[in-house]
Design a protein around this ligand. Structure first.
Ligand code: ADP
Ligand code: MG
Length: 249
């Protein structure tokens, strides 16, 4: 619990700093990007390929700063959640094309196991998409030499009133040491990482009344996102009528 308080204090501080500066950073970024794109056009017209390469690098670095600022903004955002009733499958369907696209670059196979009989959830779709995109991206990044990403909807008799989404990978796994820190803001083991993805995920899921679990070994990693369903306890009936267990356990 102390650990959680420490974490949430840290998040709050970061949030306050972020709120004050993120917008101020983003506005000039937008201007820089716009002029760089103009420059790019001119360089194309004049066939200046060396200079174009410089511009390409500037634009991709700009993209990185922009991503970082976006994550800051998400962390600092006050809880303004648009709660809508939806099926979790709808959220996942919308991000699957993006995940599959990314997976292709890493030689990763994506398997998706929907479970349409699950109860609806009440949540903010855009925020949830952010969560599963971040988790999917991390999973793919952990499988540089290829592997399998499994996205599975499920429920559990011990967790009535909740639905779960499991994101499992066959990647590098997370060391016991790192496992304690993965949700800490700025904790990253990647040369170009921000270390903010999982803190954003955790923040969002907590705001939606859910929680995230992680387990990992040398065979891979699994993140489980638990979310309260819209009907509470009536999930019991679904379980009773024979919710099948996947062999991936
Ligand atoms: P970033 O991706 O920018 O490093 P995150 O907060 O998304 O930041 O993740 C923090 C760290 O947690 C990563 O740098 C990585 O070490 C570890 N991690 C997260 N997801 C996975 C995964 N699926 N497999 C292995 N390591 C992971
Ligand atoms: Mg990440």
């Amino acid at each position: 619990l102390e650990e959680q308080i420490r974490r949430s204090d840290r998040l709050k501080t970061i949030g306050q700093i972020a709120a004050g500066t993120a917008h101020e950073i983003r506005n000039p970024l937008t201007a820089i990007k716009g002029f760089m794109q103009l420059l790019n056009k001119t360089l194309t017209e004049r066939n200046m390929s060396k200079e174009k390469e410089f511009v390409r690098i500037v634009l991709s670095e700009l993209e990185r700063v922009n991503d970082l600022v976006s994550e800051f903004l998400l962390l600092s955002k006050p809880k303004e959640i648009k709660q809508v009733s939806m099926r979790i499958g709808r959220v996942l369907q919308e991000i699957l094309p993006m995940i599959r696209n990314e997976a292709m670059l890493y030689n990763v196979t994506v398997l998706y196991y929907p479970k349409p009989e699950l109860n609806s959830i009440v949540a903010d779709k855009e925020l949830l998409k952010q969560v599963f995109l971040n988790l999917g991206k991390n999973a793919i990044e952990a499988m540089n030499g290829g592997g399998t990403l499994i996205i599975r909807e499920c429920s559990h008799p011990d967790q009535l009133g909740k639905i779960a989404v499991e994101i499992s990978d066959t990647g590098t796994g997370i060391s016991a040491d790192a496992l304690e820190k993965v949700f800490d803001p700025f904790f990253t083991t990647k040369p170009q990482g921000t270390g903010l993805g999982l803190s954003v995920c955790q923040r969002i899921v907590h705001d939606l009344g859910g929680n995230i679990e992680v387990s990992s070994d040398e065979e891979g990693t699994r993140f489980t996102v638990w979310l309260p369903n819209a009907a509470g306890e009536s999930e019991k009936e679904i379980q009773a009528s024979g919710g099948e267990r996947s062999s991936y356990d």
